[in-house]
Ligand binder design. Sequence first.
Ligand code: K1U
Ligand code: ZN
Length: 180
Amino acid sequence: MALREILHFPDPRLRLVARPVEGVDDSVRTLIDDMFETMYAAPGIGLAATQINVQRRILVADVSEDQSAPHCLINPEILSRDGEEEMDEGCLSVPGFYERVRRAERIRVRALNRDGESFEMAVDGLLAVCIQHEIDHLDGKLFVDYISTLKRNRIRKKLVKQAARAPSEGPSLAGSAANL
Ligand code: K1U
Ligand code: ZN
């Protein structure tokens, strides 16, 4: 297993739309193991492959307090949404910032598991919010897209400044900021 580098906003690679996984083989399972390791080490409650610069439709999540409820979803599809809820969200790609986002309260999702078998699950609460957040990543969308342009630009400026100050802690963004 290996820890992978997490891309930070406003890295343009976070805007790419991930492609479906065509076959679940050992290379996909190794990637999933790396994603869990990276998510737990961060620490976080979710991670999408896009965040580690792999444009494949894979997400992992675990909202338990003791790493006891790992979920891996390959090619996830939301089949239905129900209700609305507003929650403070964070993002490992937007470190240090939390904003309120409104999402569906309950969702039904279909996906493949790590053996390539199709399954469906009904989820609510934090796991439902987390899965919606991760599917957004697979579509090149970030939680900062739901807040005002003013707030988003402030966050972008601060993260670009931080990356310029500590280039070893993440990919350099200073040169690309003007284009985003
Ligand atoms: O996708 C990501 O960037 C992971 C993100 C998931 C998420 C958090 C909150 C609401 C929706 C989606 C995170 O895990 S941010 C870190 C975080 O929330 C956390 C970290 C340690 C303990 C508990 C929570
Ligand atoms: Zn995120």
